[in-house]
Write a protein that binds this ligand. Sequence first.
Ligand SMILES: [Zn+2]
Length: 576
Amino acid sequence: MLDLRIDNATLIDGTGAPGRTGSLGVLNGRITTIGRVDEPARKIIDAEGRVLAPGFIDIHTHYDAQVFWDPTLSPSSHYGITTIVGGNCGFSVAPLADGDTGAYLMRMLSRVEGMPLESLKACSDWGWNSFGEYLDRFDGKLAINAAFMVGHSALRRSVMGERANTDAATPADLAAMQKLLGESLAGGGIGFSTTISPAHSDPDGNPVPSRLANRAEMVALAGVVRNFPGTSIEFSLDVQVPFTAEHVQLMTDISLAAERPLNWNALLPSARAPELFKSQLAASDHAAKQGARVVPLVVVKPGDLRLNFTSGFVLDLLPGWAEILHVPKAERLRTLAEPSVRAILQAGVDEAPANMRASYANFHDWTVAETFSPATKPHEGKVVGDVAKAAGKTSLDMVLDIALADDLKTTFVLPRRHNDAESWELRSTAWLDPRALIGASDAGAHLDMTDSFAFFPQLLSIGVREKKLISLEEAVRQLTSRPARLMGFSDRGELKVGYRADLVVFDPATIDHGPLHTRFDLPAGAGRLFAEAIGVGHVFVNGIEIFRDGQFQGAYPGRAIRSGRDTTTPPMVEAQ
Ligand SMILES: [Zn+2]
């Protein structure tokens, strides 16, 4: 007697092989039979006309704190994602030294990943120390499986305290960080993550701890990783500009020291700058020549970037803006009204690089997306340039006046970029490039800014169905077996006998997501962007159904994935 049988499905197995009609049997959380299944089962699902695929795998999320307030890890689980990787960009929440480390990391995350501070404080007691203790906190309590990288900033702050944000590491600091990283990987961390991106600053305007590391520190920490099977590396850097030779060699050296693939986030192909993404992809060739492996995660769709003056994220990259935006809100409300301060802001825009001005400091092209006061309501849905013209103001003054009237809550949307046919063509070339992997969701982060968390249904709806830029089989491969192999998830990512029964049944004719809207369900009442799944019939994790037609089934069969136990070492050359 099987636990589960799914009949009459189009089986798309995750390898890229053509779909075929058949059944699949599950017993004790694993796939036991595929193709023709005659055995009786306790639960039988008729999937006629629908696809049965391996559960999707999202390797770039920031669900590190969400595990405590939303054990379903929504919205990812709604879309058929059955395994996530968190702790990316150096921003894990473990290990955690006693003292103010937890308080610092919460403040850092509030800024750098756009998570409301009051929600972070309310979601947990932050009482763990070791990485293993952190995993134990939620193991067996989640709807889906979750693996976590050990973040450089958490390590550095735990070892060096406040000096982590100002000083180079002493030999003793480095030795202590290496020891703590080793203990964290032994405790189940699935790799090491770090960032050198200038976008990553804490609320005081200081670089996050990992940005104070020199290359010797980065490489020495990567060297620890090679001693732990089933681990890998994640790296974040400035992707708006061509990579310097130094940065390409740094990624190469980190991968070589770790003897592990390194993935970075995100490749943004655009017809406006076709050379930029080609040169960034070439970093993988440079690395491969030296025996390293560097894998970019490429976006599915151009993001509709949403900005506000509450978090100020991205805007603070404009010259001189960080000092003005990174002050308590009451002070910001006062200073942003002052003409002298506005003159400094305008000067920052004038001296910003052309690509920054064109990409987001073009206030006249912004749209007022969501307002929060009767005075600003009439502007909702309007383009700032038009509103400013009618009011006889500059666009920057108009944006600031609206934001101030809304207590800084106003959401502005930037014009959709890179949405031309040529850019879609370029993106799909990158999707199919063996050096890259489709990804870059950032789910759980930038909660007020982007919908990149929804790239799974977007690939299947826009990429496969609407624009026909990728086959359904290849899209499923990119969402399942390729990320599984990159992370060393040895018994996940394919429909294969003996593999874990992480499964999704979806309708290829309708799969999509609903409209983006704000949901006020964070701890302490803060809001986040959300979009419901469409066309996802069933989601199974370790053989247990967690979603049926969009309804959560109340089960928590997800496990904390631990390196070595649940993973094998990913290869330095991808098997074709
Ligand atoms: Zn990230």
